[in-house]
Design a binder for this molecule. Structure first.
Ligand SMILES: Cc1ncc(COP(=O)(O)O)c(C=O)c1O
Length: 390
């Protein structure tokens, strides 16, 4: 069989760091059947029943069996606007300020191809969600990293970015509540980002994937709540985390009209939107009762409290995340992130994600997903205690 060579663009895509981890886990699993996997970011609870029901009913409607409108059904874009008005007091034009995406990931990758030319610069958080790198690489653009340091509560320090780089940059990615650090943003950070975007003509992309997951009664701020945000940027939201719909593949870009138009244009070429039944079920989720979201956040908060307290009790100096469903834990002295993750896997059969997979500044941390029930999280803490490293 012929072996066709990949295009340069494909061959140069960032390597999937976590593929190595998956392999290691598979190896351990061949010997042990009690591996606790806290390394992934896949919501463990099912989609709420009323949303599933909406899809079941919608699936029977013949008009959804045809191609959907390329830019998504208007009723769905209107539901997104109603949601933003209700949740954040943000007013949107559903047709011009909302793009329907096949998951936020699609929009986060596509946006670089929409706005960057070869050699352009994008500002990216480090540590950060690796899919930003993919789009930038596909656009043959360059990344400039913004360190997220613990002493700054994992917020970027814009004053530390070179003026030259700011002048070259065309795009900036932000993400709060943050994957992987679990940090949340202050309004001031977003205000500074809007000012920076205006001053340097940088499009700000706020990844709000964990927008509904804020703890201790604090609702995370939407970037679009900041006056002038729509002038300089867009927010990406997803149904994946808020409604446990990760497998359904549906998200939205919301905000600046020229960026929404660009995303819709690239999608006209790549896709023909999503199955209408999924769009109808998503609208049901956005417009229906929100107790399922309240319950989900309470569940993650309970898991967080139990797990973090258990780790603190064994002497591990960890802090509780303020949002998202991740805990970002400092690695004990004498280990790299990868060495420590390997130790936990081999000696405690607990899988965590080494922080360096999220960027250079992720070194020294491991990421844990609070995506297993409390008993399993406590069992993981017990096994870590038995290693007697703390
Ligand atoms: C920070 C962040 N952004 C975006 C996504 C992707 O969301 P979606 O499922 O809508 O593609 C994820 C998923 O893990 C994420 O962690």
């Amino acid at each position: 069989m012929k072996q066709f060579k990949q295009s340069d663009i494909l061959a140069n895509l960032p390597k999937q760091f976590f593929a190595k981890l998956v392999k290691k886990v598979e190896n351990v699993k061949t010997v042990h059947d009690d591996v606790i996997n806290l390394g992934q970011g896949n919501p463990d609870r099912p989609t709420p029943a009323h949303i599933v029901k909406a899809l079941q009913q919608a699936a029977e409607k013949p008009h959804y069996h045809k191609y959907s409108p390329f830019r998504g059904y208007s009723f769905l874009k209107e539901a997104v606007s109603t949601y933003y008005q209700r949740e954040y007091g943000v007013q949107l034009d559903p047709e011009k300020e909302v793009a329907v995406l096949i998951g936020a990931k699609a929009g986060l990758v596509e946006i670089s191809q929409c706005l960057l030319n070869k050699g352009d610069v994008a500002l990216v958080p480090d540590p950060g969600y690796p899919d930003y790198w993919s789009g930038i690489s596909l656009a043959q653009a360059k990344m400039e990293f913004m360190p997220l340091l613990e002493k700054n509560e994992f917020l970027p320090d814009f004053s530390k970015i070179d003026e030259d780089k700011l002048n070259q940059a065309k795009l900036m990615f932000l993400n709060y509540p943050n994957n992987p650090t679990g940090a949340t943003a202050s309004k001031e950070l977003f205000e500074e980002a809007v000012a920076l975007g205006n001053r340097h003509d940088i499009c700000i992309v706020h990844d709000f994937a964990y927008g509904s997951i804020g703890f201790d009664g604090k609702k995370p701020t939407s970037f679009l709540e900041i006056p002038g945000a729509k002038d300089v940027g867009v927010e990406m939201m997803t149904m994946s985390k808020t409604y446990n719909m990760a497998g359904w593949r549906i998200g939205f870009a919301i905000g600046n009209r020229s960026v929404i138009e660009a995303l819709n244009t690239i999608q006209d070429h790549y896709h023909c939107s999503l199955f209408g039944g999924i769009q109808e079920a998503a609208a049901t989720a956005l417009l229906g009762p929100q107790d399922c979201v309240v319950e989900l956040v309470a569940c993650y908060e309970k898991r967080r409290d139990a797990f973090i307290s258990a780790l603190q009790e064994i002497g591990w100096a960890v802090t509780a995340p303020k949002g998202s469903f991740f805990a970002w834990l400092p690695v004990p002295e004498g280990y790299t992130s990868e060495q420590f993750a390997d130790l936990l896997l081999e000696k405690a059969r607990v899988v965590v994600a080494p922080g360096n997979g999220f960027g250079t500044y992720g070194e020294g941390y491991v990421r844990v997903g609070l995506l297993s029930d409390e008993l399993l999280l406590l069992e993981a803490a017990k096994r870590i205690k038995e290693l007697e490293i703390f």
